[in-house]
Design a protein around this ligand. Structure first.
Ligand SMILES: Cc1cc2nc3c(=O)[nH]c(=O)nc-3n(C[C@H](O)[C@H](O)[C@H](O)COP(=O)(O)OP(=O)(O)OC[C@H]3O[C@@H](n4cnc5c(N)ncnc54)[C@H](O)[C@@H]3O)c2cc1C
Length: 497
């Protein structure tokens, strides 16, 4: 990272038009679009010591995207040199760092600066934010790009604090821990776990994989993109765009299965079953790996090496629940204790708990967590009634199970820009979504969800609010439908004052 623009935030008071929180795909996309529009009075604060978000935090072995990067990247900044269909964390992180340089965002970014609190000042119509070590920021507009998958979820395990060996979460991988020949326990079989387990299994003495619920896993079909093709992409940008379009429509088609099309879901289920049966011949293991809910209800995973890894002599899939963690072992509910030297959590993130560790106080002194006591919600996942000039990127019900979320981020940033333009054209300083607009939208999302696999597929997933079981994370439609709805802000939806 170019050190010259990375500063610790000790400037005491800063005033800007727009304050962006988070330096991942969302925050950077917002910053780029503001720059392109010539709106240079903005600041992006990031709590980590580098930009990248997901792609800086997650550095576990074989961490990679599961949507091909020709689509999992900005549409306005295609990259011809992706080394393979699913490049690793480092390559995606490099891509984002290149964006920072290319769009000259450096001087707008403050690293090591966590947002603690933002309070709406009704008299002045500005947000007062407290960040970093005593930094105060005054901003007319507040944009949250803090993502949903960055606060690790740890399972509540009896005795876990007594464990004597190293233990860490996949997103805070401790590379100093020597795994060679060790007895390793991995808790969780989600998207991260199925990427790193095949990498560490050959090095382990014994690897115990504790599975609560099996995932549906389909073939990954990853391959290197050779220099010949990269040259073609460089020379013929239209070819690269066509390739992106092809991937987009291939992914987009899959939404039919999630939305209730039994034929598409049935075909995908057949593919996943065949994929598992091809690698696993032991009937007991097959049974343990066969999900009892419909494909798509939980995130569908992609992997070619996970199932073969489970057939290794030194790997054991443990399906009994964990009763207790001891100093040097894990005891399951059937009383068996397995010796463990290293404990790794592949247990995902606190995805349904919004704005963790941040106080956002809107009109009338209402804190956003109180406003969301029953359900977190936002109009189009972006604006929240009672919170003027506040925009969420990848807010409630705008995650995807079938396509690249970068598409959603871009749609939302375009929408925020249209809100800012609306304010400018109408010469208004404050924009707030009407409560009835937000309520109608939430009711629409709720109705749409009922017939989808996420609500009726017979599973508990991290898409659902733990308290209510309601799906508050996933967009119950196609990306195309979302693009249409967010094309531009309608004045009828907002109070402009
Ligand atoms: C391992 C992994 C693989 C994934 N693969 C895919 C994929 O293939 N396809 C896909 O569509 N999605 C994938 N995702 C989802 C991924 O999170 C999103 O695609 C995308 O990276 C979200 O970008 P973001 O900027 O919204 O959030 P993030 O990348 O999480 O960035 C948010 C940033 O905000 C910062 N932040 C948080 N709180 C504060 C605060 N209080 N103050 C200041 N800064 C703060 C964080 O440090 C972080 O840098 C994956 C997620 C993970 C974890």
């Amino acid at each position: 990272m170019a050190e010259d623009f990375i500063q610790n935030a000790n400037d005491a008071e800063i005033a800007v038009e727009v304050l962006i929180v988070g330096g991942g795909f969302s925050g950077l996309c917002m910053a780029i679009k503001l720059r392109e529009a010539g709106m240079n009075s903005f600041l992006l604060i990031e709590k980590s010591d580098d930009i990248g978000g997901t792609w800086y935090d997650n550095r576990y072995p074989a961490c990679a995207c599961d949507i091909p990067s020709h689509l999992y990247s900005f549409s306005f900044d295609p990259w011809p040199d992706w080394s393979r269909m699913y490049p690793g964390q480092e390559e995606i992180h490099d891509y984002l760092k290149r964006c920072v340089e290319k769009y000259e965002l450096g001087r707008h970014i403050r690293l090591n600066t966590r947002l603690h609190e933002a309070v709406w000042d009704e008299k002045e119509s500005v947000w007062h934010a407290a960040a970093g070590e005593g930094m105060r920021i005054k901003a007319r507009v507040l944009v949250s790009g803090i993502g949903g998958l960055h606060v690790p979820q740890y399972p509540k395990l009896k005795g876990v604090d007594r464990f004597a060996g190293p233990k860490f979460h996949s997103s805070t991988w401790d590379h100093s821990v020597d795994l060679d020949g060790k007895n390793i326990a991995v808790v969780g079989t989600g998207a991260s776990s199925i990427q790193f387990v095949p990498q560490i299994a050959p090095r382990a003495g014994k690897l115990y994989l504790f599975q609560r619920t099996p995932a549906w896993i389909v073939p990954r079909i990853d391959f290197p993109i050779d220099e010949k093709w990269r040259r073609r992409f460089r020379r013929f940008p239209l070819l690269m765009r066509a390739f992106r379009q092809y991937i987009f429509w291939r992914q987009e088609f899959r939404v039919l299965g999630f939305l209730g099309n039994r034929f598409v879901r049935g075909k995908a289920t057949e593919i996943a079953m065949r994929h598992m049966q091809k690698a696993i011949s032991d009937p007991k293991l097959r049974e343990a790996l066969t999900p009892k809910y419909e494909l798509g209800c939980k995130r569908v995973l992609v992997s070619d090496d996970f199932y073969p890894t489970l057939t290794r002599e030194n790997v054991e899939l443990v399906t009994e629940g964990i009763a207790e963690v001891r100093e040097h072992g894990i005891v399951t509910t059937n009383g068996i204790e397995r010796p463990v030297d290293v404990l790794i959590f592949g247990t995902g993130f606190r995805a349904t708990e919004p704005l963790i560790g941040i106080r956002v106080v809107g009109r009338g002194g209402v804190e956003i967590h109180d406003a969301w006591r029953e359900r977190m919600s936002a109009y189009l996942g972006v604006t929240v009634s009672g919170f003027p000039n506040f925009f969420l990127l990848l807010g409630p019900n705008t995650g995807l199970g079938h396509n690249s979320v970068v598409l959603m981020i871009e749609a939302q940033v375009r929408y925020v820009m249209s809100c800012l333009k609306l304010m400018k054209h109408r010469k208004k300083g404050v924009l707030e979504v009407r409560p009835e607009t937000q309520n109608d939208f939430v009711a629409h999302v709720h109705r749409r969800l009922q017939s989808t696999v996420w609500q009726s597929g017979g599973c508990h997933s991290w898409y659902q609010d733990q308290r209510t079981g309601e799906n508050t994370t996933i967009w119950p439609g196609s990306v195309v439908a979302y693009l249409r709805r967010t094309h531009s802000a309608s004045p009828a939806d907002y109070e402009l004052t």
